[in-house]
Structure formats: structure tokens, C-alpha cells
Design a protein around this ligand. Structure first.
Ligand code: C2E
Ligand code: MG
Ligand code: MG
Ligand code: MG
Length: 290
């Protein structure tokens, strides 16, 4: 018995665990301090339609830490959710994306771009979430039809009626909705028909091996067929090669996002990408039955 306790005690003082707790505590302190500062920025990743035209971008949060450099979202978004920092941060993302939309609306070459903004469950669940989005739109003067919100299936463990009501209120103003990372969550297909969605995003994990793994190929084809029969747009994320794009195009995919087209770009880089003619000029897409 004492041996077992000893083992537990040893495990409790596992130095690796202690480091990770200290590390976490340090990151948490920095994250709390970073919000009012100027350490956050948005990068924008191009989204390209089946004709190779740039139709919009996804806003992706970046944390430029004074000592750690760029901290990837996977390392701080879950923590930001846990400690509630995601609420002011998410509000900042919405406001910044809306201001960017207005700036791009003022120039002919970027006028038609939409911006997709990731919304966390905790953020969406706030009672005044709809008001926050409308406020970001109103104070910037951006066109609501250019704003798209990306939700995940994890939202659906909450009150679906409340989710639908908030979505409907924003949709009435023209805001669009995409279901992100589709296929990785737990949602039932019954929810899918209740949500006023515009787009499904095929998760990157199915796209990665779409040419090598028959199950991933089947899942991608099934999501595309499902989206099309529900009259939803479908976009594949994480497209890194022409072959992946071609496979998805043959399956009827409407749009693509991934390193094959472009990495997420700072605003000035995105503007350069547009001026160069983006992806379309480099390689015309193959034609797809619409
Ligand atoms: P996501 O919304 O699924 O975003 C797509 C992620 O895939 C981005 O990672 C993007 O850089 C990456 N990606 C795009 N194309 C490729 C590709 O061809 N290959 C590979 N390997 N990766 C690709 P990122 O920027 O690290 O963001 C990770 C996640 O963090 C996002 O996943 C999203 O869930 C979350 N996130 C990012 N920005 C925000 C935000 O403003 N608010 C909230 N709540 N979450 C955010
Ligand atoms: Mg997303
Ligand atoms: Mg995604
Ligand atoms: Mg993903």
C-alpha cells in the first residue's frame, strides 16, 4: 500500500508536470496583461471559389508575445476560453475585422471580399452576443453581408433553441454563418437542418490524406454531397496541393482554403496578393459542375 502511495507522490511531483503548471501560470499572467496592450493582430487567409477567384478571407488571431514571439492560437485560445479572456479578446477580433472590412470596401480590388470570424462557444453564449456583433458592425460602418461567423459543433451541446434564435437575429441583418471543423464534433444531423447555416467547412483532418486514405475520401465526398443537398456552400480547409484541390473539385466542392492558395497573411500582404491577381492568375482552376 505504502508503495502505491509513494508512486502517487512521485507522480505528483513529476518535474515535467511542475514545469507545465508553471508554464501555464506564466502564459495565463501574460494573456491577462496582453488584452489591453497591442500584442494581438489578425492575419487573413484567402478563400478561393471553384473558378479560382478570391471571394473572402478567414481572420485568424495572432499573439505577438514580447519574449516568446508568435504564439499560435492552439496554445492560447483554450486557455483564453478557460479564464474568460476570450470575451474581451473575441470582441476585439470582431471590431478589428469589421474595421478591416470597411477599409477594404473603400477600394475596388478588395471591395467584394468577405471576412469570416471564428467565434468561441463561450463568446457566442453571452446573452448580449448579438448586440456585440451589431455594435461592431454599426461602429465601423461595415456591410453586414460581408461578415461571416464561424461556429463549431461544440456549440450544440448548449441550448439549441438559443443558438438558433441568435443566428436568426444576425441573419436577419445579413450576417452569414459557417460550421467550422465539420465532421470532428458530436452534432447530430438533426441539428444541422435546424441551424440557419450558409456554409459547411470540411475539417483539415479529412483533407490531409484525402488522396491516400479511402475513409477520408469517403467522408469528404459525403460532406460535400450533404452540403449540396442541404443547399449549403461547402469549403475545404487545409488544402495544400493541387491534387487535393482537384479531388475535392471533382466531388463538387465549392470553395477552398489552404497553403496551396496562400498562408494566412498580414493585411498589407493580403492587399499585395490581391494586386498580383492572387491565385487565379498563377493557375486557373479546372471547371466544376455547378
Ligand atoms: P480554424 O478556424 O479551423 O482555422 C484554420 C486553421 O488551419 C488555421 O490555424 C490556419 O492557419 C490553418 N491552416 C490553413 N490552411 C492550412 C493548410 O493548408 N495546412 C495546414 N497545416 N494548416 C492550415 P491557426 O491560425 O493556427 O488557428 C487555429 C485555430 O485557432 C483556428 O482553427 C480556430 O479554431 C482558432 N482561432 C483562430 N483565430 C481565432 C479567433 O479569432 N477566435 C477564436 N475563438 N478562435 C480562433
Ligand atoms: Mg475557422
Ligand atoms: Mg476550421
Ligand atoms: Mg480546423
Amino acid at each position: 500500500k505504502s508503495k502505491a502511495v509513494g508512486r502517487n507522490a512521485l507522480r505528483f511531483f513529476d518535474p515535467a508536470m511542475e514545469v507545465s503548471m508553471l508554464e501555464r501560470a506564466a502564459l495565463e499572467t501574460d494573456l491577462r496583461d496582453a488584452v489591453p496592450g497591442r500584442q494581438f493582430l489578425l492575419h487573413y487567409q484567402p478563400q478561393v471559389d471553384q473558378h479560382g477567384r478570391l471571394t473572402g478571407v478567414e481572420a485568424l488571431l495572432r499573439w505577438r508575445h514580447p519574449l516568446r514571439g508568435m504564439v499560435p492560437p492552439a496554445e492560447f485560445i483554450p486557455l483564453a476560453e478557460e479564464i474568460g479572456v476570450i470575451l474581451p479578446l473575441g470582441r476585439w477580433v470582431l471590431q478589428t475585422a469589421c474595421r478591416q472590412l470597411l477599409a477594404w470596401e473603400g477600394r475596388p480590388e478588395t471591395r467584394r471580399l468577405s471576412i469570416a470570424v471564428n467565434v468561441s462557444v463561450r463568446q457566442f453564449s453571452q446573452h448580449d452576443f448579438v448586440a456585440q456583433v451589431l455594435e461592431a458592425l454599426a461602429s465601423s460602418g461595415a456591410d453586414p453581408r460581408r461578415l461571416k461567423l464561424e461556429l463549431t459543433e461544440s456549440l450544440l451541446v448548449a441550448d439549441v433553441g438559443d443558438v438558433v434564435a441568435k443566428m436568426a437575429a444576425l441573419k436577419a441583418r445579413g450576417v452569414g454563418f459557417a460550421l467550422d471543423d465539420f465532421g470532428t464534433g458530436y452534432s447530430s444531423l438533426a441539428y444541422l437542418k435546424r441551424l440557419p447555416l450558409d456554409q459547411l467547412k470540411i475539417d483539415r483532418s479529412f483533407v490531409r490524406d484525402v488522396l491516400k486514405d479511402q475513409s477520408d475520401a469517403s467522408i469528404a465526398q459525403t460532406i460535400i454531397a450533404l452540403a449540396r443537398s442541404l443547399k449549403l456552400d461547402v469549403i475545404a480547409e487545409g488544402v495544400e496541393t493541387r491534387e487535393q484541390r482537384d479531388f475535392l473539385a471533382r466531388a463538387g466542392c465549392h470553395a477552398y482554403q489552404g497553403y496551396f492558395f496562400s498562408r494566412p497573411l498580414a493585411p498589407a500582404e493580403l492587399e499585395r496578393y490581391v494586386r498580383r491577381g492572387g491565385y487565379a492568375a498563377a493557375a486557373p482552376a479546372l471547371s466544376v459542375p455547378s
